[in-house]
Each structure stands twice: as C-alpha cells, then as structure tokens.
Design a protein. Structure first.
Length: 410
C-alpha cells in the first residue's frame, strides 16, 4: 500500500504533517484510504494516473491504536503530505486537502484533525499578521506598561442605531477601554448601516482620544459581501482596525483582505468555530484553526477564555495561545483575545493563564455594570491596574468604587 508507510523516516522539511484521531474498523487500511482521498487518489484505481503523479501521494507513517469504541477502533494517526500538494499562501487550499472530503468518509465514521506541523519552506509563503502583538502595542502606545488591553463589544449586540452605538463606544473608551468592536452578528443591517456607523463611531473615537490622551481602536465588522469595499471605507475614514468573522467569511476572504495591504489591524472573531471544534471525536480542533488564522494574517484572535461563558478547557485555550504566539520561523505572533462572559472579577485568573500579552474583552461585564458603561469600563481597567500592581482585587476595591460595585454584582 503506497498510502501506508509505517515507520518511514520523514524529512520534515518537505512535508506538512497532520495528526488525526480516527474511529474505524480497520485502522491501517482505512487510514490509507484517508491519505489517498486527501491527496491524489479516490475509491478505485485510476487509469488517468501518471508515473509523475505518484510523488504527490500522502501517506500514513504512524498509527497507534488507542481503544475500542462503539464497535470501532480509535487511533491516533499521522499523515505526511508532500509540500508540492499545496498552493503557496493559501489557507483554503490546505483545508480542502487535509480536512476536506475525509471528514465525511463512510468507512471512517469519526475523524478529527487535531494538529498540524508546517515546515519553513511552506510557512514562508504566508504573510501572517501585519502588526502582531508588537505592532498593535506600538500603535496603542502600551509598550512601556506592557499591560493587557481591555476591549468591549457594543451591547445589545444588535439593535442599536449608529448614534447610540457611537455613544456606547465613546463611553467605553472614556471609561478606560482601549478597544471597541462590533459584535459578530452586526454587519450592515438596516437598523445600523455600516457606513453611517463607521463614520459616527470613528468621530467618537477621535473625541475619546483627545479627551483621554490615550490611543483607542475601533474594529467595525466588515463580514459580508463587498468586504474589500467595506475595509476601504474604514481606511478612507481614518480607521486603523477591521474585524472579520473568519470562519463565516472564509479564509480566502481574510487572505484577500490581508493581501490588499490596507495597513489596518485585523481582529478575528471565530463565530461558528464550534460547529467544527466542539465535538471532540470529529471535526477540526481550535488549535489548528488558530494556526491557520495566524498564517492568514489575523492580528488579534479569539482563543477562548477558560473562565467565561463559552466552552473551552484551559488546556485547549493554552494550546490556541501557543499556536498564535510561539516561534514560527519569524512570523509575527498574533494577540490572543479572551472573551465571552467576562467581567472585572475574572481578570486576575485570566492574566495568570495568559500572561500580560492578551486582550481581555467584556460586553455584558461592562455594559451591565450597575452604574453603566463608563463605570463598567473603569472597573475593568482598575482590575487590570490591580493585577499589574500585584494587589488583590478585594484590597484594590476598597479605594476603587467602580471595581467594588462590579465585584459586588458578579
Ligand atoms: C462576548 C461576545 C463574544 C464571545 C465569543 C458574545 O460578549 O461578544 O462574541 O466572546 O466567544 O457575544 O458573547 P459578553 P469566543 O462579554 O457579553 O459575553 O471569544 O469564545 O469565540
Ligand atoms: Mg459576540
């Protein structure tokens, strides 16, 4: 079997290695079918195959049976994909190879792509983040303190008109937020047209910057048709950041935007990831999507929060973080973003897990503060200050009323 070469010595410089969890009756036979279907083969021998196409075959070089489950054998397999299979600088093309048809093969009822390893020769064809952590910090002038950035999502997530969106944004910045973003399901609806919103919120940003003396950032959600035009509109109106629902829009779109050279920070929301990542015996893991997001040029990526409202164990969140920040042949690291059910009381724990190079976002945890958005943002900032000064929140809240009220509520 050409598609199974257990124990083969792999020259890792020339292959993309994919780790899969599979459940199937016959591990080696069907893992070979997986390698075949995801590279240059199909269910039967082909008369059209040429001698030269055989060098493009992927093959299984490692297989370990784990346990029996529901009448099948579970296994960890590793598949080597020759780099020549892949188009330069194309995340979609990687995905259609290593997580395409193979997730739906009858002979392998469960398949999960849980890790990938890509060598320098292929990594270097991708642009990666234009700003990365350092670039974002330089823009925001937070280099000296090195503190976590505080962000918010305007809430209610949909429904506010552009004037009220701008007011909530202004109050968030004025109270202490660095970053304001649209929610994942706010794009260009009639109740809040994109262009009107961008103009009004960027006006509010200018006002907040001049009144606070701090740099502020707004990420309008450009997801939808005409994304390039929307990004251009933001640029033309002085914006420095855009947001994309990466998986909803698709990596082609993210890469197209990155390739345009807008020189704007790209914030990546991962809405819909759970359709692929949540069921642990099938799909694609979030660490894989995190790495691909970094390759595609995302500067700030949602990686989960551990302590908040959304699913995601600590180990997985840390793996996501590692994929976006670890050394990758000189590619810039992407700023990990924690979001979902967060509030000031959770910041010490998040920083303990994530370190200071992280963006901590709260929607409800700011706009649900008993005294409103300004105080809610101030409470978040006080919580970060307390952590940076090494003081417990309880202690700090004795002299900081906004934080005290937040701790009392949540
Ligand atoms: C947070 C959020 C984010 C989620 C997404 C929301 O709001 O705006 O979209 O964090 O999850 O709508 O839930 P709250 P993740 O602060 O009000 O919870 O970052 O894990 O993809
Ligand atoms: Mg949201």
């Amino acid at each position: 079997m050409d598609f199974v070469k257990i124990g083969e010595d792999i020259d890792k410089d020339n292959y993309l290695i994919a780790d899969f969890y599979i459940e199937t009756e016959d591990i080696l036979k069907n893992a070979g079918e997986l390698a075949k279907e995801s590279s240059n083969g199909t269910w039967t021998l082909l008369k059209t195959a040429k001698g030269y196409t055989s060098s493009l075959s992927a093959f299984v070089f490692y297989a370990k049976e784990l346990y029996e489950i529901e009448g099948n054998k579970a296994a960890h397999i590793k598949v080597a994909y020759p780099l020549e299979l892949f188009e330069d600088n194309s995340v979609p093309q990687i995905l259609s190879d290593i997580s395409g048809n193979i997730l739906g093969m009858k002979i392998i009822p469960k398949v999960r792509l849980f890790d990938i390893e890509i060598p320098y020769r292929y990594i270097k064809t991708f642009k990666g983040p234009e700003f990365g952590i350092e670039g974002v910090r330089k823009y925001m002038k937070t280099y000296t303190t090195g503190r976590p950035h505080i962000g918010t999502i305007v809430k209610p997530k949909v429904g506010l008109n552009p004037e009220d969106t701008a007011t909530v944004s202004y109050e968030s910045w004025y109270g202490g937020c660095d970053f304001v973003k649209d929610d994942e399901n706010l794009t260009n609806q009639r109740f809040c047209p994109f262009e009107d919103r961008v103009i009004k919120v960027l006006d509010a940003l200018d006002r907040a910057e001049s009144e606070t003396g701090e740099k502020k950032l707004y990420a309008p959600n450009i997801t939808g048709v005409n994304m390039t035009e929307r990004a251009q509109f933001v640029k033309d109106h002085g914006g420095a950041c855009i947001m994309v629902d990466i998986l909803v829009a698709g990596f082609s779109k993210v890469q197209e935007i990155r390739n345009q050279g807008f020189k704007m920070i790209i914030h990546g929301h991962r809405a819909m990831h759970a359709a692929m990542t949540r069921y642990e015996r099938h799909g694609i893991s979030m660490p894989v999507l995190s790495l691909l997001s970094r390759l595609s040029g995302i500067d700030q990526l949602h990686v989960g929060s551990v302590v908040g409202k959304m699913e995601g164990e600590l180990a997985e969140v840390l793996k996501n973080k590692e994929k976006v920040v670890s050394d990758l042949f000189g590619m810039k690291p992407c700023f990990p973003t924690n979001s979902g059910g967060l509030h000031p009381g959770l910041i010490p724990e998040i920083v303990q897990f994530m370190g200071n190079d992280t963006i901590i976002q709260a929607g409800g945890g700011i706009h649900g503060h008993p005294d409103g958005t300004v105080k809610g943002a101030t409470a978040m900032r006080q919580s970060v200050d307390a952590v940076m000064e090494g003081v417990s929140l309880q202690e700090y809240s004795k002299t900081h009323e906004e934080l005290r009220k937040a701790l009392e509520k949540w």
